[in-house]
Design a protein around this ligand. Structure first.
Ligand SMILES: [Zn+2]
Length: 511
């Protein structure tokens, strides 16, 4: 815009063209949010005062297909507010996002082109476009030119945001895990000419054909075509061609959907498994259990979920731990670090998780099979704290673990001193036969840091403590897995050995 005078000339022109008050403001790129958020009569009055022309609007705005007048209605604002509040989520920050139909890009391009042709606006010598790194000098593409006017969705946020924020009593934050998304649809006959569809990328064309076949709503069609429409607008020279298609869209109706989304919540802790025969999760495929495929009714995950539910409202509970012990292995010591992911948790943020840990343990104490480590307790994290997941993963791949094993030897062992020589022993371990049906065949290098002889139970049974690198298959290290683990304890002791019982005593992880 050359100067204020040209802005006023432009405004006079727009007021006479039956645009809604908010479209007038956005087409002159009015960035003052307080006027945009004012009652519609105040805006009309202001525009009248500036231009000296009486503001007339017949209720059908071809600039925004009535989306903006719809936003200003008390009924719609109240509807948005009560849907957010009734969702039951706890929040003190929120982010409002608005999506509009991609056809609005076409109509904005046409409007912009008309204004250019009537000399009401001129393109500055140098234009800038917003990039993730700030504003940069830009090519004069349609996309960057369209930044000279304000998109409908930004204006919709200018209208709704300042009203909603005090009503919700929450702050606006871009980092918040709580997001409200309003999607506008225009129910109109507007179709782009078939020529344009021919120019779509192969992928989009295929998607579109599929959605036509399945008779999916136009809404979906709109969503999918968004980026493509923008590309077409860029490449298409004569926007006036598009105008006729837009003008066919006379009858229309605004429809909206409101999606409320809360990022997953992480609750961290350590679990102890005091009895054999309990899987970590009920998920058979990933479980290290290899005897039959009966569904496991009792797992650490299944035991914990209902106890968490007593204290917190959420939809889905997923347990992820730092590694996994076999079903017949106990998890002792301070337990295994885990993250309980709570999806769509409504009130996890304000709970006292230390208190919940104590109460969960009281409930668990009734059957004594599983326990939470009271020292690690339970702690709340947002998904954005991604070091939590990284540390858990590091624990299962890079750190060390301590085991206690009861070992059986067919022949009595006379000399346990051979165990003392095992210090930082490097193993080449092929994927064990028992898990080969679901794990790729690889040879992994693992380390046995040390083995401590604990005691002899009788001639053929003895107990040892093993300190090993994470992910080492201890059972296979002891019996050798047909020499697929080399060297192995049977080879070193020159006796065929078998693990009778195994306990994980410690998982090294800052938790
Ligand atoms: Zn409008």
């Amino acid at each position: 815009f050359k100067d204020d005078q040209t802005k006023i000339e432009l405004l006079k022109n727009l007021v006479g063209q039956n645009f809604c008050p908010h479209c007038c403001l956005r087409l002159i790129n009015w960035q003052n949010i307080s006027l945009c958020a004012s009652p519609i009569d105040v805006i009309k009055m202001t525009l009248q005062n500036i231009t000296g022309i009486e503001f007339v609007f017949n209720g059908e705005c071809k600039g925004c297909f009535n989306i903006l007048p719809y936003c200003t209605t008390e009924q719609f604002k109240q509807e948005v507010k009560s849907k957010i509040i009734d969702s039951g989520f706890e929040f003190d920050e929120y982010l409002l996002t608005v999506n509009t139909p991609p056809y609005l890009i076409v109509s904005d391009a046409v409007l912009f082109d008309n204004l250019l042709k009537s000399n009401l606006i001129t393109i500055p010598n140098e234009i800038t476009a917003q990039t993730p790194y700030g504003h940069k000098k830009s090519e004069k593409t349609m996309k960057s030119l369209l930044e000279l006017i304000m998109p409908v969705k930004k204006m919709a946020k200018f209208i709704l945001g300042p009203w909603l924020t005090p009503q919700l009593g929450a702050r606006v934050s871009f980092q918040t895990p709580f997001k409200c998304e309003i999607e506008f649809f225009i129910d109109c006959q507007l179709r782009l000419p078939e020529d344009f569809y021919k120019n779509l990328s192969k992928f989009t064309r295929r998607q579109r054909n599929q959605s036509i076949k399945k008779q999916e709503s136009e809404a979906k069609d709109n969503q999918m075509l968004g980026a493509e429409v923008l590309k077409l607008v860029h490449s298409h020279q004569n926007f006036q061609d598009l105008n006729q298609y837009l003008e066919q869209a006379i009858e229309f109706e605004v429809k909206t959907t409101l999606s409320i989304y809360r990022e997953v919540v992480f609750i961290t802790g350590r679990y102890l498994k005091l009895q054999r025969g309990i899987a970590q999760t009920g998920d058979m495929e990933e479980s290290d259990e290899d005897e039959g495929a009966q569904k496991l009714d009792y797992s650490v995950e299944r035991a914990l979920e209902p106890l968490f539910r007593k204290h917190c409202e959420f939809e889905k509970f997923i347990l992820t731990a730092s590694g996994r012990e076999d079903i017949d292995v106990r998890m002792m010591g301070r337990g295994r670090p885990f993250i309980a992911q709570l999806e769509r948790a409504k009130n996890a943020q304000s709970r006292d998780w230390q208190q919940i840990c104590e109460e969960v343990n009281l409930d668990l104490a009734k059957d004594l099979y599983i326990k939470l480590d009271p020292e690690a307790s339970l702690k709340f994290y947002e998904k954005g704290d991604n070091w939590v997941m990284m540390e858990l993963h590091r624990g299962s791949t890079e750190k060390t673990k301590n085991y206690r094993a009861v070992i059986y030897s067919a022949e009595a062992i006379e000399n346990y001193d051979l165990l003392k020589d095992i210090i930082e022993l490097k193993l080449q371990q092929k994927t064990p036969l028992r898990v080969l049906h679901r794990r790729p065949l690889l040879t992994r290098e693992k380390i046995i840091y040390s083995i401590q002889f604990v005691k002899e139970l009788c001639d053929n049974y003895f107990v040892v403590d093993i300190h090993a690198s994470a992910g080492c298959y201890i059972k296979e290290f002891v019996h050798g897995d047909f020499d697929r683990t080399q060297p192995n304890l049977s080879y070193i002791m020159k006796k065929q050995l078998e693990i009778i019982q195994l306990d994980v005593m410690g998982v090294d992880c800052v938790w």
